[in-house]
Design a binder for this molecule. Structure first.
Ligand code: UD1
Length: 419
């Protein structure tokens, strides 16, 4: 159990730098299973989910560790790969399941535990499986494990009913070493998918169209080790933008890719908050308050579901009534109950939260139900009057944010861990 104490109502001001993207680092580290030899991956955020995927790689027989001398650099030595992924790690973090494609591609057999449910929704893996079957794999479920077999994967044509990020990544990885051409239609277009494709292309893969709806992959016989730097974390950037807005602060957030945060920028501007992009940085300033807006989460380039809880916290303090509709996950509103404890006025109707803005929120003891909800509650605590005590039983916040407390403190926040 981890607890954070926040003394709120302080404007955050100053400059910060964004870390590497967790959601790009996880599939790229999984893809290292397909690159024999030593690969170097830079700009890897040092956080719990990355530590978990590193542990998965080790359990599979690879050597992987953060460099002692170069910050945020992970070295991977790959000379053997086992085909069974450990239950205790895969059930801990859903993204560990993404090793199924790479293991199947190099071993012809992969035995991976079902990742199981997750607080924000049922999150099945049927689209991953459908994709691997289209490449000729035989997939069975046995004693809680997904067992995928294929002496040699062969290219195929796949249409995704939903543009799943993870399934797009699983199929890209498996298809990179298949015989012949694979075409994915209705693929997810997230920037993390482009980063994965760039990583694999550097290693010798032939992937075209990543970031678009149709991706073509021409299978190759083998891949070579590479040196690659991970893209910046657009969700961390968005969270910091919300921190500036909700605390009526003034922040310059550096190391961003403007295109990746466009939906968040537009929604903040629509609510009347000052946002200015300048090269690879963005300034967010709010001294006049802001008004309500409606938002619907969608796959990229739509408004990210991973920013929905943080934006909900912000809109609790807007002038007027906002409607937030969640279309990607079916149970991603667990922060609402906690925000209400802090004085927010929110009503849940189906998949929409109807938020009537209040003048102020007040600090309260709250529980962190999942990673981004935790970020949302920190934001609310930073803006609220008085003290907020966050109970984070499962270390959700450490899973997804690198040095969050240090970064917020440097901007003037009063936030600390307490026992
Ligand atoms: C990734 C991100 C996560 C983000 C999500 C949506 C990583 C490590 N995680 O998760 O932070 O919130 O994208 O942007 O990159 N689904 C199925 N069957 C499947 C796969 C998914 O029904 O086989 C459903 C899910 O339950 C969910 C929706 O599709 O409702 C989106 O999931 P998906 O895009 O696959 O998300 P992840 O890759 O798990």
């Amino acid at each position: 159990m981890q607890k954070f104490l926040i003394k709120g109502n302080r404007a955050l001001k100053g400059e910060i730098q964004i870390s590497g993207a967790k959601n790009a680092a996880l599939p790229i580290l999984a893809a290292a299973i397909m690159l024999p030899g030593r690969s170097v991956i830079r700009n890897v955020p040092n956080l719990l989910d990355v530590t978990t995927i590193i542990r998965v790689l080790r359990a599979l027989g690879l050597k992987a560790e953060y460099s002692q001398s170069k910050p945020n650099t992970v070295n991977v030595w790959n000379y053997q790969v086992k085909h069974v992924a450990p239950y205790e790690l895969v059930t801990k973090m859903r993204a560990s399941f993404f090793v199924i494609g790479p293991i199947l591609a190099v071993k012809g057999l992969a035995k991976i535990p079902l990742p199981g449910g997750c607080a924000i929704g049922s999150r099945p893996v049927d689209i991953h499986i459908k994709g691997l079957e289209a490449l000729g794999a035989k997939v069975e479920l046995e004693h809680g494990f997904v067992i995928a077999k294929a002496d040699k994967l062969r290219g195929g044509k796949i249409y995704f009913d939903f543009p799943s990020v993870g399934a797009t990544e699983s199929v890209i990885m498996a298809a990179a070493l298949a015989d012949g051409e694979t075409v994915i239609e209705n693929a997810a277009r997230e920037p993390e998918i482009i980063d994965l494709a760039n990583f694999l292309n550097k290693a010798g893969a032939k992937i075209e169209g990543a970031g678009k709806e149709i991706i073509h992959i021409q299978g190759v016989n083998s891949l070579a080790p590479v040196d690659h730097a991970i893209i910046p974390d657009r969700i961390e950037a968005g969270t910091m933008m919300m921190a500036a807005a909700i605390t009526r602060g003034d922040m310059k957030i550096g190391g961003i890719v403007p295109e990746h945060i466009e939906a968040t920028v537009r929604k903040l501007q629509e609510s009347g908050i000052y946002v200015e992009l300048d090269g690879d940085s963005v300034r967010v300033k709010n001294d006049d308050g802001f008004r309500s807006v409606d938002v619907k989460t969608l796959p990229y380039p739509g408004f990210p579901t991973d920013m929905q809880p943080q934006f909900t916290s912000l809109l609790c303090l807007a002038k007027g009534t906002s409607v937030i509709t969640e279309t990607v996950f079916e149970n991603r509103f667990m922060h609402l109950q906690e925000l209400k404890r802090m004085g927010a006025d929110i009503r849940l109707e189906g998949q929409s939260a109807i938020i009537s803005g209040v003048e102020k929120m007040s600090g309260a003891p709250v529980r962190v139900p999942d990673l981004r909800a935790g970020a949302a509650l920190i934001l609310a605590g930073l803006a609220a009057e008085g003290e907020t005590l966050l109970e984070d039983r499962d270390h959700h916040i450490n899973r997804g944010y690198e040095k969050l407390l240090e970064k917020l403190s440097a901007l003037g926040a009063d936030i600390k861990k307490v026992s």
